[in-house]
Design a protein around this ligand. Structure first.
Ligand SMILES: C[S@@+](CC[C@H](N)C(=O)[O-])C[C@H]1O[C@@H](n2cnc3c(N)ncnc32)[C@H](O)[C@@H]1O
Length: 286
């Protein structure tokens, strides 16, 4: 422990765990103890508090909504990158190719409609990759009512995502064609072009709470998010995704995640790619 770190007893660790589980569904295992100390010590010191107990008491009794949000933001893990698990984007392109060539739903304005949700979007690399892949392959989507909703419980990452500005080092590992989609700002940063940013709606949204969203979605990406949830929470969330997906729509989850597809109204169609079945009730058969 460094001088700046605040000591954390087992009892205090349990209080922190209970709190973040209750708010965001995040289950912190014993291995996350160091992470809790390093991330929350800064907040405790900034508030001039002496201990984790005092901090929990502060959160219970005196904290503003912003203080409570800072607590949540401090305990999320936001690792992401452009084109992460790229087989999902290859699949999405082929799926959308089929949607474009077949009959599709129309919006009120008469334009063909395409809706994608990135749930747990972190700093935005995932939803922007969706936009880049689809616009690169299907420029005609400019004439569609095509929107990408990108949400996260962490308000800091949502703010970063909506700015669409990243360090130039984020281009490492991308192909030339992929890298070309960005604007070079010139100060060591890159920017997602306005034409792609305008497809996006970024919003803070806690998957544990209400989802004031209008579906149906053609595809939902929820990758590397439910790994932090316990099984019953995962099952509940996947069931709610089934309710919001169009029949035949796809749910993409992270490489280390899985679900009991059939009981939730999905069919496994590829590595961590699930298709919503026509009769999906979205209700988990526990
Ligand atoms: C590891 S990142 C994954 C980012 C992206 N989906 C990817 O695969 O690259 C996990 C994200 O899930 C978000 N998250 C955790 N719990 C959440 C919740 N209850 N509601 C919404 N987002 C949550 C975190 O804030 C974090 O940004």
């Amino acid at each position: 422990m460094t001088e700046l770190e605040v000591a954390l007893s087992d009892r205090e660790f349990d209080k922190i765990r209970e709190r973040i589980y209750k708010i965001a569904g995040i289950s912190l295992g014993d291995a996350k103890r160091t992470l809790v100390v390093s991330r929350l010590s800064k907040l405790i010191r900034a508030k001039e508090l002496k201990s984790f107990d005092a901090y929990v008491d502060f959160l219970d009794k005196r904290a503003t909504a912003a203080d409570k949000q800072t607590f949540v933001n401090a305990l999320t893990t936001n690792l992401t990158r452009f084109y992460r698990e790229d087989h999902h984007f290859d699949h999405l392109v082929e799926y959308v190719r089929g949607l474009i060539s077949g009959p599709h739903q129309k919006s009120a304005n008469g334009k063909p409609r395409l809706r994608i949700w990135s749930a747990g979007c972190s700093t935005g690399q995932e939803p922007y990759t969706i936009a880049m892949c689809l616009m690169q392959h299907f420029p005609q989507l400019r004439n569609w009512d095509f929107r990408i909703l990108a949400t996260d419980v962490d308000t800091d990452v949502v703010a970063t995502a909506s700015a669409g500005i990243y360090p130039q080092s984020d281009l490492e590992g991308l192909t030339e064609a992929q890298a070309k989609m960005f604007e070079i700002v010139g100060d060591g940063t890159i920017r997602v072009p306005a034409a792609l940013r305008k497809l996006m709606t970024f919003k803070p949204l806690n998957l544990m709470g209400d989802w004031p969203l209008r579906g149906p979605f053609d595809a939902i990406f929820c990758r590397n998010v439910t790994i932090y949830f316990d099984k019953p929470t995962q099952t509940r969330i996947f069931g709610r995704f089934a309710e919001l997906l169009d029949e035949g729509g796809f749910l993409y989850i992270g490489h280390s995640e899985n679900m009991r597809a059939e009981s939730l109204g999905f069919k496994l169609q590829g590595k961590t790619i699930y298709q919503r079945q026509p009769d999906a009730s979205g209700r988990a058969v526990a």
